[in-house]
Every structure is written in structure tokens, then in C-alpha cells.
Design a protein around this ligand. Structure first.
Ligand SMILES: Nc1ncnc2c1ncn2[C@@H]1O[C@H](COP(=O)(O)OP(=O)(O)OP(=O)(O)O)[C@@H](O)[C@H]1O
Length: 747
């Protein structure tokens, strides 16, 4: 009887018994168990991915006659179904390489490869050209004598049949005279023939050398000497020291194996003793890195792997910035890893291709950057509002500006640009912007904050008007009730695509007087305006609830977060739940300038290394955009030198003060609205047309941002009369105006 070995595997057919089972011919020795990594297994431990058979309790060894009962296996062997034809074809489709590589088809990539080739080979050629006279030539001259010696020795050995010498020596040692004489005769014949050949070659060589010396032009003689010296120098060079230096450093590129990945998952605690990871697809190269698909043990999820990202990177022995984890829609336990050869985010994407563009169609996606693998990322601002957030100096302004530059190069896009920080970054947009303002401090008689409020109110009116007009247009012109490229470019309709850019928006939102008004207007525009071709792009270094309230952030479908301080802030910019999807902008490093995580612009979310357009580039583009707009007759508003005839947003305070008599301490709201309509029919006519309470509500809403209450307490002062009516105290208005004037003076 043979012992049952612990390593017997289920599913493996039983070995046929040897013919003579009675005879004890060999003892079965138990092997030491070993893990995949070669370590001996602890007792009871199982190799990952293997089943351990539950053997019947064999303690009753005294009972020699006990029979092993055969029954249905607890875990029947897994059935492996052959792939269907569709699966087989899909698998082969995936594996097929494109006939023409992608980089040949895409002009951007072609250009990049061309530039790289010129740069790379130019450097290599230059590197060697410098070294030819001062390093390579002296080395060749030094090695040439040894080359002469090596060649002549080799020629001598050949002529005198040196290779057969050991055979002759062996015949002598064996005292085999017959064999020795036979070998000597062969050698004599061979030496005679080879001597003649060598002599002829020598004579021809000498004649050729003399002919060259006497007849050849100097350049040919020099060339011949250089060739001979180089050949002799190469022949004489020591084998361990290269004659030519390397012009490039070879980067560390290790081959990844499943053992390394298994080690990493075990080190990160994602696999247990009895549970291993599986590799549904072979590990393969993907761009400048490796693509590894891993199935975690049952019960573990992508989130677990994400939480252990640092440990996984350490287990693979790479920097955390080289490891990218993506979820897989087919299974919660499947993790797709991309392991870059080196940190791809520290490599800038380079200059924006827009710098060379003469014009852009803003209805089409435009190049904004590249992803971590160098694939182009196209951006679009159609039908969405966009929020950019980051800590300072990471490239927030530059990345938003590249989008605004694309808009500037489409002469039919109206631009409204405000920069809360008044930095030089946006100044040149004055060449094209319909409305523009810098900072929050009034200069040259213009208050940029009031200008912003007026611009947003103007835009709000425009948006409402667009909705009315689009719904009135016949279906064949406006099929979905939405703006179309044709409609947006029809100057008579005056409904161009509009991009509102507000950099450092928190400066405006925290403004003591207009902050609330601006917030309300932006919430309205971000929510309602994209459908009629008006997009809002906001950027902020303070995305928190006070500086940029959630009611505004939540309206932004598109989000872009460059480096932030923590994953919580990253979630604030990118939207709640982004971290659990693997999107965490706090992982980005300080050196990752212009790099961020994009979400919501398209179906895909991921890393974008934005293209660079510096101040000078931006100026060149905007000068071109200005000329383009002038030629197309689309230069409007501030850029066209138009004086904005806008009422300041807080004009309501002055108007109310004006309609209150000096002796009146308190006046009913309805009365004030009626008087306002008389004062300025265009501004307040609609209010006066409202019925009863609606009139008072309208006034209350307009005065609320300035802290003026139109309260019911008022009603109680005149016993019983109009207790539920509302009104205004004159003193409140005076206080608000005083405060407003103080704020203005303090700016
Ligand atoms: N795409 C990019 N590629 C390379 N470098 C970039 C890129 N974008 C920005 N930078 C670098 O980062 C610096 C900071 O950029 P930017 O002014 O846009 O940052 P910011 O986040 O707006 O800073 P702040 O909050 O101070 O305004 C730039 O001066 C530039 O050198």
C-alpha cells in the first residue's frame, strides 16, 4: 500500500498501479512543501490558487481494514467552456495591431516623433562629432600597433596551420608515427597553398599601397590611411573597454513578472494564506510601461487595492507616482494596473498645438493636453460649466487659459473674462473679450466688481432671451430647441457661443457687498445657461464651502483638479465619491505642474498633462485672434472700445433713497415699488405690474443682499393696520449706502 501524499491534486487521474504491487520496491518520501517564491510552506499552508483536499480523518490507524468511502466530491472540478465565436473574435480583435501605427496617423504625434528624432539624432551626432578628434582618434592611434600585431599573428597562424598543432602534438604524445606523418603531409600541402595565397595578397597589397602613394589624390590617400588605422585600431582595442562612448544613458527598465506582482499584493496584505491573486490576462507592455490585470481574492475590492496603493508600489519596488490603478467595470475585484517605466507626470506635455493654429472651431473638441501615456486629450466646453481647483502655483491659470485661448481663436465665440487676482495672466484678453475686468479694486473710474455684476446681469437677460427666441424658432432651423453652430454664427440672431471665465472666483464671491449677488447670478448661469451655448469656467485656489459654496460647485459638470492638499479637498473639487473611484489629486506632486485630474467633461475621467502656453505665447495667439475677429466683424463690447452703459448693481439703494421723502421714516414696500417705477420705468416697470405681495417680495429680494430687511415688525407699529404688510425704514437704506461708500473708499 502506498501512502496518500499531501500533494495529491484533485482532478489529476490516479496513477496506474505497478504490475507487482505486492513487492515493496521503493519507499515514498514526502517532499518539502515550497511556495511560489521558493520558501518552504508552513504546515497546513496552501499554495495560492490551489485547492487543499479535505482528507478523511486518518487517526484510526489501527483499523487496517477500514475502507475509504467514495462519494461525490465536495468541490466538483470547474468546467471550462470553450469560448464562443464572438468571444474568440473579440479576443483576436483586441490582440490585432493596427496596420499603420497610431503615431503615423495622428499629425500631432507625427510631429512629436519628428521633433524627437531630430533632437535625439542631432544630439547623438553632435556628441560623437566632438569626440572624434579629441578622444576616438588618439585611442585608435594608440590601439593600431596592437591591431597590427594581432592581425599578423592571426595571419601567421593561418598560413602555418596553427589550428592543427594540437592534433600533431597528440600524435607525437601517443607515439603514433603513421598518424603524425599523415598530419604532417596535410600540413605541408596546406602551408604551401596558404603561403602562395598570403604572398600574392602581400604583393597585391604592396602594389596597391605604392599606387596609392604615387598616383592617388591626397584625399583618397588620407581616406585609405584613416580606414586602415581605424580597422587596425578596432582590431587592437581591448575587449573590455568600448572604443566609442555611449551618447545616452539607459534608463532602468525591469521586466515585470507575475511573481513580483504576487509579492506586492502579499506585502500589501491583499492576499491571505489560502487566497491568491489571479492574472486573467498576461502581463504586457502598454506605452512606456506595463499593463497588469489582476483578480483580487473573492471579497476584496478595487477600493481595498486603492487604499494600499503605496504598499503595492513598494512591493513592486517603484515610486508611487509610477503606479496607476483603474477599476474594471466587469468585476469589483478586478484591478487594472499601469506601471510606468518612470514618473510620466513629471514630463511636461510641451507647447500647445493651438499656438500654430490660425483659427479654431469651438464647436469641435480641441487639443488640451495628453494623458499619462502620452495620448492626446481633447477638451470641449459645450453644454457644461467647468470648475478648476488647485493649490497656488500648480498651473490652474495656465490650464484654464489654454481653454480660453482656444475660444479666442474662434471669432464667433464671445468671451467674458474676469480675474479676481488682477494678475498679468489675463491682461491680453482685453484684445478680444466682450467684457473684462481685473481684481476687485476700482481703477480709472471703473469698479471691476460692479462691472462683473453688470456683465453677469446682462448675460442673464441674454440667456432668458435666448430661451424665448430658440423656442419660437421653427423646428427645421432649431431642431432640438438648442443652439446649433449655424444659429450661433448668425450675426443677426446675436446668440454666439459664450464663455465666461472667472479666475480666482473666490475673490468675487467673498466680496462684502456684491458677493451674494455674484453667487446667485453664477449659480443661475452655471445651471441654466449651458443649454443655450453659454458656458461658465471658474477657477479657485479655495474650493471650500465658504469661498466657493457647494450650491455653485454642484452646478459644474466638468471638474479639473490639479494638486491639492488632501484627498478630501480633491473630492470637493472633483465631486464627492471621486476618491473611491481612484481619483485623488492630492497624490500629485509639486513637480507635476499643469497636471490634473479631469472629470465630467467626457465619459472618461483621468489624468491630463495640459499643454503649455506661456505669457508670450498667449499674447501672440490673442493678437492673432483680435485680427481674426476684426476681419469677421465680431469684435464687440469692451474689446471694441464700447462704453458699457450699465447700471451698477447696487443702484437700487440710491433709487430707493431717492424715492423716500426726507420726513418719511417708514414706507410700505408696495408704495416704494410704485414710486421706483415712476422714477425708472425701464428698470422697475415690471415690478410695479406685479400684484399685491409679489411687489413686496420683489423689493425684499433685491434689497436682501445689502442686509435690508422688509419685515413684519413694521406692521405692528400702526396698531392693527396692515400688520402683515411689509415696508422699509429710511435709516436702513441710509446705513446701507454709508456702508457701501465706505467699502468703495476702502478699496
Ligand atoms: N502645462 C504646463 N506645463 C508646464 N509648466 C506649467 C504648465 N502650467 C503651468 N506651468 C508652470 O506652473 C507655473 C504656475 O502656473 P499658474 O500661474 O497657472 O499657477 P496657478 O495655480 O494659477 O497659480 P496662482 O494660484 O499663484 O495663480 C507657471 O508659471 C508655469 O511655469
Amino acid at each position: 500500500m502506498s501512502e496518500i501524499n499531501d500533494f495529491d491534486q484533485p482532478g489529476r487521474p490516479p496513477e496506474a498501479d505497478p504490475d507487482d504491487t505486492e513487492q515493496n520496491t521503493a519507499a515514498v518520501l514526502p517532499f518539502k512543501k515550497r511556495t511560489a517564491g521558493g520558501e518552504p510552506l508552513a504546515p497546513g499552508e496552501v499554495k495560492p490558487g490551489e485547492w487543499q483536499a479535505d482528507l478523511p480523518d486518518d487517526t484510526d490507524t489501527d483499523d487496517e481494514t477500514a475502507e475509504v468511502t467514495e462519494g461525490a466530491p465536495v468541490d466538483p472540478p470547474r468546467q471550462v467552456y470553450p469560448p464562443s465565436v464572438a468571444e474568440w473574435m473579440a479576443e483576436h480583435d483586441k490582440a490585432r495591431q493596427p496596420v499603420i501605427p497610431e503615431w503615423v496617423k495622428l499629425p500631432d504625434q507625427r510631429k512629436a516623433v519628428r521633433k524627437w528624432a531630430v533632437r535625439h539624432y542631432g544630439t547623438v551626432i553632435g556628441y560623437h562629432a566632438v569626440r572624434i578628434p579629441c578622444i576616438y582618434t588618439p585611442k585608435l592611434l594608440a590601439y593600431a600597433p596592437r591591431g597590427v600585431w594581432r592581425w599578423s599573428t592571426a595571419a601567421g597562424h593561418w598560413v602555418f596551420d596553427y589550428e592543427a598543432k594540437p592534433l600533431r602534438a597528440a600524435a607525437v604524445a601517443a607515439e603514433d608515427a603513421g598518424e603524425y606523418l599523415r598530419l604532417s603531409a596535410v600540413r605541408d600541402d596546406r602551408v604551401r597553398l596558404r603561403g602562395i595565397i598570403a604572398g600574392l595578397v602581400g604583393v597585391v597589397g604592396l602594389i596597391a599601397a605604392l599606387a596609392l602613394w604615387v598616383m592617388a589624390p591626397t584625399w583618397m590617400l588620407l581616406l585609405a590611411i584613416a580606414t586602415l588605422t581605424t580597422t587596425l585600431g578596432v582590431a587592437g582595442a581591448p575587449a573590455d573597454r568600448p572604443l566609442i562612448d555611449r551618447a545616452k544613458v539607459t534608463f532602468r527598465k525591469r521586466k515585470l513578472s507575475s511573481d513580483i506582482i504576487t509579492r506586492a499584493y502579499a506585502a500589501a496584505g491583499l492576499t491571505g494564506k489560502d487566497t491568491g491573486i489571479a492574472f486573467p490576462r498576461p502581463i504586457g507592455r502598454d506605452g512606456d510601461g506595463w499593463r497588469v490585470i489582476v483578480d483580487l481574492p473573492y471579497g476584496k475590492s478595487f477600493k481595498d487595492a486603492l487604499a494600499k496603493r503605496q504598499s503595492l508600489a513598494s512591493g513592486i519596488d517603484i515610486a508611487a507616482t509610477q503606479l496607476f490603478l483603474d477599476p474594471d467595470l466587469t468585476s469589483e475585484r478586478r484591478v487594472s494596473m499601469w506601471i510606468a517605466d518612470r514618473d510620466p507626470l513629471a514630463v511636461p506635455a510641451g507647447k500647445s498645438p493651438l499656438l500654430g493654429a490660425t483659427r479654431v472651431d469651438f464647436w469641435q473638441p480641441f487639443p488640451w493636453g495628453v494623458d499619462e501615456r502620452g495620448n492626446p486629450v481633447m477638451a470641449t466646453m459645450l453644454w457644461l460649466s467647468f470648475l478648476v481647483g488647485a493649490v497656488p502655483r500648480q498651473g490652474k491659470t495656465f490650464s484654464a487659459r489654454t481653454i480660453a485661448l482656444a475660444a479666442a481663436l474662434d471669432p464667433y465665440v464671445r468671451l467674458i473674462v474676469f480675474d479676481g487676482k488682477a494678475s498679468p495672466d489675463w491682461r491680453k484678453f482685453a484684445l478680444v473679450a466682450h467684457r473684462i475686468g481685473f481684481g476687485i479694486v476700482p481703477r480709472n473710474g471703473i469698479d471691476p466688481v460692479e462691472h462683473l455684476v453688470a456683465a453677469l446681469e446682462e448675460l442673464k437677460g441674454d440667456v432668458e432671451d435666448r430661451y424665448h427666441r430658440l423656442s419660437e424658432l421653427p423646428l427645421h432651423i432649431c431642431p432640438e430647441g438648442k443652439l446649433t453652430p449655424e444659429l450661433s454664427r448668425d450675426k443677426k440672431l446675436n446668440m454666439p457661443l459664450t464663455l465666461v471665465v472667472i479666475d480666482e472666483v473666490q475673490e468675487y464671491l467673498q466680496h462684502p457687498v456684491y458677493g451674494q449677488v455674484i453667487l446667485d447670478l453664477l449659480v443661475y448661469l452655471a445651471r441654466v445657461a449651458p443649454a443655450v451655448g453659454v458656458s461658465v469656467m471658474l477657477s479657485t485656489q479655495k474650493p471650500d464651502d465658504t469661498a466657493c459654496p457647494p450650491k455653485l460647485r454642484d452646478q459644474c459638470q466638468g471638474r479639473f483638479s490639479l494638486r491639492v492638499g488632501s484627498w478630501q479637498v480633491s473630492d470637493v473639487v472633483l465631486g464627492a465619491g471621486s476618491y473611491s473611484e481612484g481619483l485623488d489629486a492630492s497624490r500629485l506632486l509639486k513637480s507635476h505642474k499643469g497636471v490634473g485630474i479631469l472629470k465630467g467633461m467626457t465619459d472618461d475621467a483621468g489624468i491630463v498633462r495640459t499643454y503649455l502656453a506661456d505669457g508670450r505665447d498667449a499674447e501672440a495667439v490673442l493678437t492673432r485672434a483680435n485680427a481674426l475677429r476684426e476681419a469677421e466683424g465680431t469684435l464687440t463690447g469692451d474689446a471694441a472700445g464700447e462704453k458699457a452703459t450699465v447700471r451698477s448693481a447696487d443702484a437700487i439703494l440710491d433709487d430707493v433713497a431717492m424715492v423716500l421723502g426726507k420726513a418719511e421714516t417708514k414706507v410700505w414696500s408696495e408704495t416704494i415699488v410704485d414710486r421706483l417705477a415712476v422714477l425708472n420705468e425701464a428698470a422697475y416697470g415690471d415690478w410695479a405690474a406685479l400684484e399685491g405681495r409679489a411687489k413686496a417680495d420683489q423689493l425684499a429680494a433685491a434689497l436682501k443682499p445689502y442686509g435690508i430687511a422688509t419685515d413684519q415688525v413694521w406692521g405692528k407699529t400702526e396698531a392693527g393696520k396692515g400688520a402683515n404688510r411689509r415696508g422699509i425704514e429710511r435709516q436702513h437704506i441710509i446705513d446701507a449706502i454709508t456702508q457701501r461708500n465706505k467699502n468703495r473708499a476702502g478699496k
